[in-house]
Design a protein around this ligand. Structure first.
Ligand SMILES: *[C@@H]1O[C@H](CO)[C@@H](O)[C@H](O)[C@H]1NC(C)=O
Ligand SMILES: *[C@@H]1O[C@H](CO)[C@@H](O)[C@H](O)[C@H]1NC(C)=O
Ligand SMILES: *[C@@H]1O[C@H](CO)[C@@H](O)[C@H](O)[C@H]1NC(C)=O
Ligand SMILES: *[C@@H]1O[C@H](CO)[C@@H](O)[C@H](O)[C@H]1NC(C)=O
Length: 591
């Protein structure tokens, strides 16, 4: 009797938890849009034999440990500060549980996908398999279509929803490309030309005025309308610093949208605006079919490289040109990959053992247009870079609290402020924009509160103080418990950029991010030159001891969504963050 009971009680749960043949056809929805993503229209079904790379992100078994480690090594008050993880240590923490790996493999095998034909990331958390549309449709219980973007006339192959066998839900974080429509051309480029702002052809006059760098009195009044590296170096107090750790320190600039940084334009820029840098160069790394056409200089790419280099010279700068593919041609039977720009770039960079200590990226999407599962996976990849000692800057967006009518896409059409992603990821440092001297927040500066990511503790004191002062203003239009941004800011208007040999005036938080990243690269140079670890993930430092090294910007507002937006004030605010950098003061603080 006793034996029988033991047998029964032991066997029943065993049978229930280990079915011999998992069912691969009891689909449960993984992500579904309730409406067609705005700006897109159905063009027709995707050709059944169209082949593309499907990325399967497995649940990372110890991701909470990775994030805890990230916070410890980034917190200047913690014993582990600066003790960044190696690539191998990160790979261990992002590895999937072996059950997840086994189950996903049996699922792929059940679909006749050759286990030798797929690529596995270092941690084993990403599998990339080449599949046809019909195979992907069977695996994901979905239908892929060709969708056309009416504004840009681009075509992509995507799905409005996708499913997974129910047994896989606790093992798979995301599958892409599926429902993320934001693609290479439709990603909002956060920079715009300013034809109405006069340009200056040379700033030797300005340079000669900079006798006493770092003193606001010596920043020439022309810097209120036209920004050059001399203005920024004076304003942010970097003029007297000479980098020396140039054999190890590097600054990475991320480029997408087939935006190419031009070598000749950089030389012209240096001849006019940073003569000591003439003859120095940047290198280009092509990622996933990225190109480097020198006949098509890009406004964004030239802005990014000229100001990143203009601020950080002689630190080596690397331009990462991430492709994806040429636009999909609906009738072509031999198309290549589909575009998943961040995943392509992040999978590439995380596979390298030696990565730049500082990155700047000036691209983004409305957060609500990025599926939550995709955004979470990408944001966790920034955490991995941070844990490895990388500082990551993103521009905050150029639409204040949101562009247009700001209606939600959840089927309710509610008016809500529209945060940007990846600006809203808590593991990046988001840079807003200022203008004029003395500095004020500029109206387009993107800022707000995430609806996806909770407010990280490093910013809770700073953000609570702002919310208390705000009272009921804008109540209901934003998420008080969300990750708040920007973290910091820098000038964002009247930047003198050489494009195709001509000087143009450019504005946008696209200008602010490379500027701030240039200052961070100098700080990393100082750390490395003294035998210290690089700064890594900056936010825990910036919101604590680092705040004293920032110039608090206390005026300006960022209207949008038919409201006045938020207003800048003393302390952190969602227009200028904690403020703009004072290199000299930060250098003293990070000793
Ligand atoms: C998924 O999208 C298809 C159109 O491609 C639609 O017919 C179906 O109702 C959608 N399912 C869900 C759960 O949203
Ligand atoms: C910069 O590098 C590119 C690519 O190697 C080269 O074509 C160009 O001539 C270089 N410019 C200078 C000034 O060295
Ligand atoms: C507000 O943000 C939290 C994350 O902090 C999220 O869970 C919640 O869904 C958000 N609310 C809305 C209405 O988006
Ligand atoms: C600039 O840096 C120096 C140290 O290099 C510091 O003494 C000074 O306070 C900083 N700020 C200004 C505005 O001068």
């Amino acid at each position: 009797m006793l034996w029988l009971q033991a047998l029964l009680f032991g066997l029943v749960p065993f049978c229930a938890s280990k079915p011999l043949l998992p069912r691969w056809d009891d689909f449960q929805v993984k992500h579904a849009w309730v409406e067609m993503p705005r700006g897109w229209e159905l063009h027709g079904p995707a050709p059944a034999d169209y082949r593309f790379n499907l990325r399967i992100g497995l649940k990372q078994a110890r991701i909470e440990e990775l994030i805890a480690a990230l916070y410890e090594v980034s917190d200047p008050a913690h014993d582990r500060y600066g003790q960044h993880l190696s690539k191998d240590e990160v790979d261990v923490l992002v590895a999937p549980h072996s059950d997840s790996a086994d189950l996903v493999e049996s699922w792929l095998t059940a679909h006749d996908i050759d286990t030798n034909a797929y690529h596995r990331s270092g941690g084993g958390d990403w599998l990339t398999v080449e599949v046809s549309v019909s195979e992907a449709e069977r695996m994901l219980g979905t239908q892929y279509n060709v969708y056309r973007h009416s504004g840009s006339d681009d075509y992509v192959v995507r799905a409005l929803n996708y499913s997974l066998p129910s047994i896989l839900h606790e093992h798979v974080a995301v599958v892409a490309p599926t429902t993320y429509f934001g693609t290479i051309k439709s990603m909002k480029k956060t920079s715009f030309l300013q034809p109405h702002i006069p340009t200056i052809e040379s700033d030797t006059d300005i340079a000669s005025l900079l006798i006493n760098p770092g003193s606001l009195a010596t920043v020439p009044s022309s810097c209120s309308t036209t920004i050059t590296p001399s203005c920024l170096r004076a304003l942010y107090n970097t003029t007297s610093y000479t980098p020396t750790a140039t054999a190890v320190n590097k600054l990475g600039i991320c480029g997408y949208l087939e935006e190419f940084a031009n070598f000749a334009d950089l030389q012209t820029f240096f001849e006019r605006f940073r003569t000591d840098a003439v003859g120095s160069n940047f290198t280009v790394v092509l990622v996933n079919g990225g190109e480097n056409s020198q006949s098509e200089p890009g406004v964004e790419a030239n802005l990014d490289i000229q100001y990143a280099d203009g601020m950080s010279f002689p630190t080596p700068n690397i331009y990462f040109s991430t492709g994806g593919s040429p636009p999909f041609i609906p009738d072509d039977n031999t198309p290549t990959n589909t575009n998943e720009p961040y995943l392509d770039f992040l999978n590439f960079i995380l596979a390298q053992s030696d990565v730049p200590q500082t990155f700047t990226t000036s691209y983004g999407d409305d957060e609500q247009t990025v599926p939550l599962d995709y955004a979470t996976s990408v944001c966790n990849m920034f955490a991995q870079l941070g844990a490895r000692g990388v500082s990551i800057m993103f521009s905050s967006g150029d639409d204040g609290v949101g562009a247009g009518d700001c209606l939600s896409n959840d089927g309710t059409n509610t008016q809500r402020f529209q945060p940007n992603f990846p600006a809203s990821c808590p593991f990046v440092t988001t840079v807003g924009a200022t203008f004029r001297v003395p500095e004020e927040g500029i109206s387009f500066s993107g800022g707000g509160f995430s609806n996806y990511f909770a407010q990280p503790s490093y910013q809770s004191t700073a953000v609570s103080a702002f919310l208390t002062k705000l009272g009921t203003t804008n109540a209901g239009l934003f998420n008080v418990s969300g990750r708040a941004y920007p973290d910091v800011s820098a000038q964002g208007e009247g930047f003198q950029v050489v494009i195709g040999g001509r000087v143009e005036s450019v504005a946008g938080t696209s200008a602010s991010s490379p500027t701030f990243a240039g200052v961070v690269a100098l700080l990393n140079d100082f750390r490395l030159a003294n035998g210290n670890a690089p700064l890594g993930f900056l936010n825990p430092l910036l919101y604590s001891t680092g705040a004293a090294g920032l110039n608090d910007i206390t005026s300006g507002s960022n209207p949008g969504c038919d409201t006045n937006g938020f207003s800048a004030g003393t302390g952190w605010d969602p227009i200028t963050g904690l403020g703009t950098p004072d290199f000299g003061k930060l250098q003293a603080l990070i000793g």
